[in-house]
Design a protein around this ligand. Sequence first.
Ligand code: AMP
Ligand code: FE
Ligand code: FE
Ligand code: ZN
Length: 281
Amino acid sequence: MREIDLHIHTTESDGTCTPAEVVRLAAQHGLRAVAITDHDTAAGYPAAAAAGERLGVEVVPGIEISTELRGPVHILGYYIDPQSPALAPVLDRVIRDRDERNRRIAARMAADGLPVDYDEMRRRFGAAIGRPHFAELLVELGLARDVKDAFDRYVEKGRPYYERRRFLSLEQAIGCIRDSGGLPVLAHPFQYRLDESGLRALIETAKGFGLAGMECRYSGYDEAQTAYLLALAEEYGLFPTGGSDFHGAVKPSIALGSGTGGLAVPYAWLEGMKEYCRRSG
Ligand code: AMP
Ligand code: FE
Ligand code: FE
Ligand code: ZN
């Protein structure tokens, strides 16, 4: 059943649809519920929730936080309170760290003679600017075919305009989501290129920090992969979630709700999350 999509990016981070547009699209696709999970910000929630009220789509507040534990690990947070003193200052710091890194990228580009003005980018793209926005500019300047090409040649690690940024630790990300009343979930477990023992070690570590769920349906994951993740989730007492990781026009192969075609996430999974909320008080 294609009923919900719990992994969506908007113009508040690196997606191309506004929060209200996402909800309109969800209504058109007949989705019952969506969660907006922008990188490092929940700023899209109020507009999405208002649109959801009008259109009869349930909107879940969410976020996606990039962390580092040996390699990158992304943690989704649902039912967070972004105003919580446990979360707001942490997100402020992440955005400041992003900003500081972004200014270094912009300065490098400007030093090469590219017409890149970071304050102008801030006006155009908002606060949660990332490498995808620089990639978009490089495409507009005719230096890359598309965002992926721009990543491969300019902003990926090892490329001329790559600059490191500081990440929260896995423990900090899971902790601040929990402390703000939210549910921490391990995003897209196959994206980290871990073998089975590596993935189990990651899950066990994250569980130790308070992980509550795991993304078991995701764009491009087939039925066998989903079954494998569902068995792991069950074994570790994690509730399953699912979503497309929709980004709009910058990732045109991923559709809201249906992902690369075969994605289908049942509403019952959202009920499972609410049940977990009730039990953990
Ligand atoms: P940042 O957090 O600003 O360093 O940017 C990382 C974001 O860029 C990720 O969350 C992805 O959405 C996107 N991204 C990373 N690698 C690629 C790639 N090769 N092609 C397109 N988008 C990418
Ligand atoms: Fe993204
Ligand atoms: Fe992610
Ligand atoms: Zn995502």
